[in-house]
Design a protein around this ligand. Structure first.
Ligand code: CDP
Length: 252
């Protein structure tokens, strides 16, 4: 532990290039995705990613409320990202704050660019993301969960939308920051990518990186998104064709 004033700052990267949880710089936290855990929603998914626990539910296409938001030539995508009061160390004040509004907006825009919205004029596709336990990267976990939930709801899309945050810790570029790394690191760069084309549909940055670090971070993020994409597809296969997801089970 190093210290600045009264605050203890953890050593984020040790001499062997390992992180506080033992991961290498290019390693994801453990990720498990369950498609379709909720009965009431049109589509749903639950994601456990490191210490994050995030549920997503999707409704639609359905009638737009309020009506004046209706668009004659396409569906609108509405998203509500919410952190439960019990999801963080210090109880979070319930309700929509500026952060949740910003995250809801960037996620809705990301999905609007991959859903075939022209196929459902005058309707709304509603995405609900509930963070039950937070440990950094919750907007990315939300995108992953919502994307699988949209597929579970049968909403036609260009592709699934894997998402991950890359960052800079102890002077090095690292994949999938956990909370201490997000809090005490030098930069945090959440992204979401269309796997087919490599197009980024969500990209934000907090902190500082130079041009070279940024391109290294993007490259690392792309490789992370490709790994996450495989897990998203596996979760959907597990729900809709469990025998093909696990050939040994089929043989049993
Ligand atoms: O979660 P994400 O990394 O997408 O967003 P962030 O604004 O960078 O927040 C990083 C982390 O800080 C969250 O995942 C939570 O663990 C924590 N946080 C918190 O403890 N209380 C808040 N009101 C907001 C965030």
């Amino acid at each position: 532990m190093g210290s600045v004033g009264a605050k203890e700052i953890p050593v984020l990267l040790n001499a062997d290039g390992r992180r506080i949880d033992g991961r290498r710089l290019d390693e994801l936290r453990q990720l498990s995705i369950t498609a379709g855990p909720l009965n009431q929603a049109d589509g749903s998914a639950f994601v456990e990613w490191g210490a994050n626990k995030v549920m997503a539910a999707v409704y639609g296409p359905r009638e737009v409320h309020p009506r004046h938001l209706q668009e004659n030539n396409k569906a609108i995508v509405q998203c509500r990202y919410n952190m439960a009061a019990f999801s963080v160390d210090e109880r979070k004040r319930p309700g929509l704050d500026r952060r949740s509004q910003e995250i809801s907006k960037v996620i809705a825009e990301a999905f609007e660019s991959v859903i075939f919205v022209e196929e459902f004029p005058r309707t709304s596709i509603d995405v609900y993301i509930e963070v039950l336990q937070a440990n950094a990267g919750t907007r990315c976990a939300g995108v992953v969960a919502a994307s699988v939930a949209l597929a579970d709801a049968g909403i036609p899309m260009v592709d699934l939308l894997p998402s991950v945050a890359v960052g800079k810790i102890g002077g090095a570029i690292a994949l999938d920051l956990k909370k201490e790394e997000d809090n005490f690191g030098e930069a945090d760069l959440p992204m979401a990518m269309v796997p087919q084309s490599g197009r980024l549909v969500l990209l934000q940055m907090e902190g500082h990186m130079n041009r070279e670090e940024l391109s290294q971070a993007l490259e690392l993020g792309v490789s992370g998104c490709r790994q996450i994409h495989e897990k998203m597809k596996a979760a959907l296969r597990e729900r809709y064709a469990p025998s093909s997801a696990n050939p040994s089970e089929a043989a049993a």
